[in-house]
Write a protein that binds this ligand. Structure first.
Ligand SMILES: C[S@@+](CC[C@H](N)C(=O)[O-])C[C@H]1O[C@@H](n2cnc3c(N)ncnc32)[C@H](O)[C@@H]1O
Length: 470
């Protein structure tokens, strides 16, 4: 069984090809799951930590219901009726989706490991209401994906008919499953691995399904946060954050996180939006797709990054053309040094970028030059009085120091604390003040040398394992 401790990673799961026929009650799936009636289910969604409120806002906007933000960071829950289920496809801030089978607010775990096993059998009971036993002829009407439905449709009946007739029927296909456990809390006497194994054992014993870590038809989720337990069935096969990127780089940002950053700066029609350190272009691509009445310029000083961005744009355009929709995207790509942008003063509405974190190999040291230089150049090109910047960095100390040296060109409005590949980082929303560029001592501050492009490339590569959101 797979497991994830303390919610550091997220669960992979079946794809969102959910049909409108998922059936359950909001807290548990009732026995009428087999009737196909329109009822209300509770959907759980994992979202980039820190952007839970943004995700809830999006759910309200697109589905029209209130989402509940879990105490366990990075999760929201919302009700939806089964005839509206297709609307979950509209959400851009969610990584993974699952249907909630049962929730326990105060699950009484036993203290010793030996005693936990009987409790797992208890937890399996909500699944029993949802799913037919191997000998049952009834099926719940929903399946996580059309593909897995096709693969598994005949399994229970084939097995029962084999039992009924006693003849040599074609071999019945046994349902394959895996359990993924996410556990957070320090008072458990078991690891997430043990919980997943134990729970999986009980599922296997009852349903006679076969555990398979890679080729599974169903992924059962066991989310444990202190004494809260949520049992769910995954609806997404792979995280939705991969939607735009085909050519990944070492620090490619999740499209879901990019979406949260973009929402923070509220793009307006005809806004000029710059990502001056675009890497693979994840931020401007998400913007060009989701907020497409603005225009985006994506730049980087590293040839390979610029090429990746171009390839990612071409890939999306081809995908659109293949589907018969207009392929054009409002985005241009440039190779440039952010500290010396080929852009007119006061011409940009929004700057949104993911700065080098400088976590290893001495590049933190380089950030002491890079951050002030880039904040200054961003202040030059950004419109005084109305311009905004949304900047992501984990190098908080260096960033704060650089901002304090900007002579009032930028004002910090808000910070969203996020988790990027296990690192605690800040998304800073800055407003360009009305101060005129070039009139304060800080504006004429002499850089301690041009930022070394090749050096940064190398550092970014070194950083990749640490900062990658993928
Ligand atoms: C953290 S990465 C950005 C990753 C990007 N958000 C993505 O999703 O792929 C930072 C980027 O800044 C670029 N960079 C560093 N210094 C730069 C400079 N002076 N001018 C332009 N780009 C620079 C690096 O080449 C790197 O691609």
């Amino acid at each position: 069984m797979s497991s994830q401790e303390d919610g550091a990673a997220e669960q992979p799961g079946p794809d969102t090809t959910v049909g409108p026929s998922i059936s359950s009650s909001s807290s548990s799936l009732e026995s009428d799951a087999t009737t196909g009636d329109i009822i209300t289910v509770t959907i759980g969604a994992t979202v980039p930590t820190g952007f839970e409120h943004t995700a809830a806002e999006e759910v309200k906007e697109k589905i029209g219901v209130d989402a509940r933000i879990s105490k366990d960071r990075g999760r929201i829950y919302f009700p939806i009726s089964t005839d509206k289920l297709f609307q979950v496809h509209l959400l851009r801030s969610v990584d993974n989706l699952f249907v909630v089978v049962e929730e326990y607010d105060d699950y009484q775990f036993k203290q010793s490991k030996e005693e936990t096993a009987p409790k797992s059998s208890l937890m399996v009971s909500p699944l029993m209401r949802l799913w037919p036993t191997p000998s049952s002829k009834s099926h719940p009407k929903w399946r996580p994906s059309a593909e897995s439905q096709a693969k598994t449709e005949s399994a229970p009946e084939a097995e029962s008919s084999q039992q009924d007739s006693g003849e040599a029927a074609p071999e019945a296909k046994v349902m394959k499953f895996r359990v993924t456990c996410n556990r957070a809390g320090d008072k458990h006497s078991f690891s997430s691995n043990e919980a997943a194994r134990d729970f999986g054992g009980a599922v296997q014993e009852f349903f006679q399904w076969k555990a398979d870590m890679t080729k599974f038809d169903i992924e059962v989720l066991l989310n444990i946060h202190n004494v809260e337990v949520v049992i769910g069935i995954a609806l997404t096969e792979e995280s939705l954050h991969r939607r735009n990127i085909s050519h990944f780089g070492p620090t490619t940002l999740r499209s879901t996180l990019c979406y949260g950053m973009l929402r923070l700066c509220k793009p307006q029609a005809s806004d000029i939006i710059l990502d001056p350190m675009c890497g693979t272009g994840a931020i401007p691509l998400e913007g060009a797709i989701e907020f497409n009445s603005s225009f985006y310029v994506a730049g980087d000083n590293y040839d390979m990054a610029v090429n990746r961005t171009v390839n990612n744009i071409c890939h999306i355009q081809k995908r659109r053309a293949d589907k018969g929709s207009a392929p054009g995207l409002p985005i241009d790509t440039v190779r440039w040094d952010l500290c010396n942008l080929p852009i007119r003063t006061s011409s940009v509405d929004i700057i949104i970028t993911d700065m080098p974190f400088g976590k290893r190999m001495g590049s933190r040291k380089k950030n002491w030059d890079l951050y002030p230089s880039c904040l200054r150049e961003m202040a030059r090109v950004c419109r005084p009085g109305s311009g905004k910047a949304v900047l992501l960095t984990q190098d908080k100390k260096c960033f704060s120091k650089a901002i304090s040296r900007m002579g009032g060109l930028w004002r910090k409005l808000h910070t969203v604390w996020v988790n990027v590949g296990g690192l605690h980082a800040g998304v800073y929303l800055l407003k360009r003040t009305g101060a005129v560029f070039g009139q304060t001592p800080e504006d004429v501050y002499e850089s301690r040398g041009t930022v070394n492009a090749q050096g940064d490339e190398k550092d970014d590569k070194e950083l990749s394992e640490v900062t990658s959101g993928v």
